[in-house]
Every structure is written in structure tokens, then in C-alpha cells.
Design a protein around this ligand. Structure first.
Ligand SMILES: O=C[C@H](O)COP(=O)(O)O
Length: 255
């Protein structure tokens, strides 16, 4: 039985005042940690502040990106896995479509980052997903397969027991357009089946989140799908009541 997992990707949002209010509200109200794993992923500079403000051990912290270099060195602007570990990060989002499209991160770089994260005992949240053009061209599965294969080639299929995959159709991110529960379920099943060819155990254990305009109003029907194990939440994770409602929906849908 997989434990659902909901993570908030704050992207480049936040201030100390906003975070104090958001984290205090989440710390006070989140009570279903036995049923759902929950994490927030702030910008790097706020990770320590979030850790010091959090007052609820059931809420974990993740980063939004990480260097592909495993240790320390002359890599201006980069943040390494050991640095994230030192600040008690549990997760790191890798390969988000904004990193792929705006910052030129390719499949190979992302796969190297996944390997570095796993070696550092950080759980990667590996984002995959197709653009609208790719969906319209009927190549959604080919795109997802290519993105997964790069990681499989580097770390193997068994490693997916320790990797969270986030399926985020690019056309649904921040647009208000959500994939229908059936559309999302079909891709989630495709992802799990691909890993099952390599490792049945990893396929059964791996968490596959859905991301893309998840809101309190659509979370329940998405999370009710058999292969949707939670969500990677952007905009709605910045509003305590909305994020809590989504986390609670995961508890109810899988309860
Ligand atoms: O990582 C989160 C996704 O990009 C979804 O963002 P969104 O919920 O604002 O659409």
C-alpha cells in the first residue's frame, strides 16, 4: 500500500512575512501525517527559515533544484546535495518543465542530478511531461518514455523505489487547465508499467504524483485514480487553506 505524497513547489515566490504566516498555518492545521506525506519546497534562500519556523514534524522540506556536481567546487550560483542535506532537506525537485524549457536542462543533465541525489540519500521528485504540441501530435508516451529512459540508463529500474515521479503535462502548469482524471491516470499507468518491465517491486512502491493546476476543487477526483499517488502543487501551495484542502483530499481519496 503506497502512502500518498503531496508536495508544494513554491517556485520563485515567498518572503519572510509570507512564509511565517503560511508555515504557521500549515504547522497548526496539518494533522493527517499518518495518512499522507507532505512537503514544502521553498526557494533555496528560505530553506533554513522554513525549517526554523516549522512546528510540525509531519511536514518535510525539499528543494526545487540541485547541482549535478556531487560535492563542492567552483560552480558559481549552484547548490550541492550535501548542502541540502545539511539543512535537513528530504526531497529535491529535478527536471521540472520550467528547468527544462527556460534553463536548458536536458535529459542527461537531469539523470545525472537524479543519481547525485540518490547517492546523497535525497529523494528526487523527477518531473516528466509533454507539451501541448507533443500531446496533439500523439507522442505523449514517447516523450515520457524518453525522459524516463535517460534516468533508467543511469540508475536502473530498481532505483525507482526511491524516486518520486511527478507527471506534469506542460500545458496544465499554471494555466488552470487540468488533465482530466482519465488522461492523467492513463499516463500514470504507462509510467508504472514501464518501470514494471524492469522491477515489479519498484513499480508497486513508487509514488507517482500528478501536477498541473491541482486545486481543492479537482484534487479529490484526481487522487481517486488508482495510479495517482498525490500531487506536486504550484500556485495552490502558496495558500494555506488551499494546500491543506488538497492534502486532506489525498487522505480521503486514499483512506
Ligand atoms: O510543480 C508544480 C507544477 O508546476 C504545477 O504548478 P500549478 O499547480 O501552479 O499549475
Amino acid at each position: 500500500m503506497r502512502k500518498p505524497f503531496v508536495a508544494g513547489n513554491w517556485k520563485m515566490h515567498g518572503s519572510k512575512a509570507m512564509i511565517a504566516s503560511l508555515i504557521n498555518d500549515l504547522s497548526r492545521a496539518w494533522q493527517q501525517g499518518d495518512k499522507v506525506d507532505v512537503a514544502v519546497c521553498p526557494p533555496f534562500v528560505y530553506i533554513d527559515y522554513v525549517q526554523r519556523t516549522l512546528n510540525n514534524p509531519a511536514i518535510k522540506v525539499g528543494a526545487q533544484n540541485m547541482a549535478a556536481e556531487p560535492e563542492y567546487g567552483a560552480f558559481t550560483g549552484e547548490v550541492s546535495a550535501p548542502m541540502l542535506k545539511e539543512f535537513d532537506c528530504r526531497y529535491v525537485i529535478l527536471g521540472h518543465s520550467e528547468r527544462r524549457s527556460l534553463f536548458g536542462e536536458d535529459d542527461d543533465l537531469i539523470a545525472r542530478k537524479v543519481e547525485v541525489a540518490l547517492n546523497a540519500r535525497l529523494t528526487p521528485i523527477l518531473c516528466v511531461g509533454e507539451t501541448l504540441e507533443e500531446r496533439d501530435a500523439g507522442i505523449t508516451e514517447q516523450v515520457i518514455e524518453r525522459q524516463l529512459q535517460a534516468v533508467i540508463d543511469r540508475v536502473g529500474g530498481d532505483a525507482f523505489a526511491d524516486i518520486v515521479v511527478a507527471y506534469e503535462p506542460v500545458w496544465a502548469i499554471g494555466t488552470g487547465k487540468t488533465a482530466s482524471p482519465e488522461q492523467a491516470q492513463a499516463v500514470h499507468a504507462f509510467i508504472r508499467d514501464k518501470i514494471r518491465l524492469l522491477s515489479a517491486e519498484a513499480a508497486d512502491d513508487m509514488i507517482i504524483q500528478y501536477g498541473g493546476s491541482v486545486k481543492p476543487g479537482n484534487a479529490m477526483e484526481l487522487f481517486s485514480q488508482p495510479d495517482i499517488d498525490g500531487g506536486l502543487i504550484g500556485g495552490a501551495s502558496l495558500v494555506a487553506d488551499d494546500f491543506l484542502a488538497i492534502c486532506n483530499a489525498a487522505a480521503t481519496a486514499k483512506g
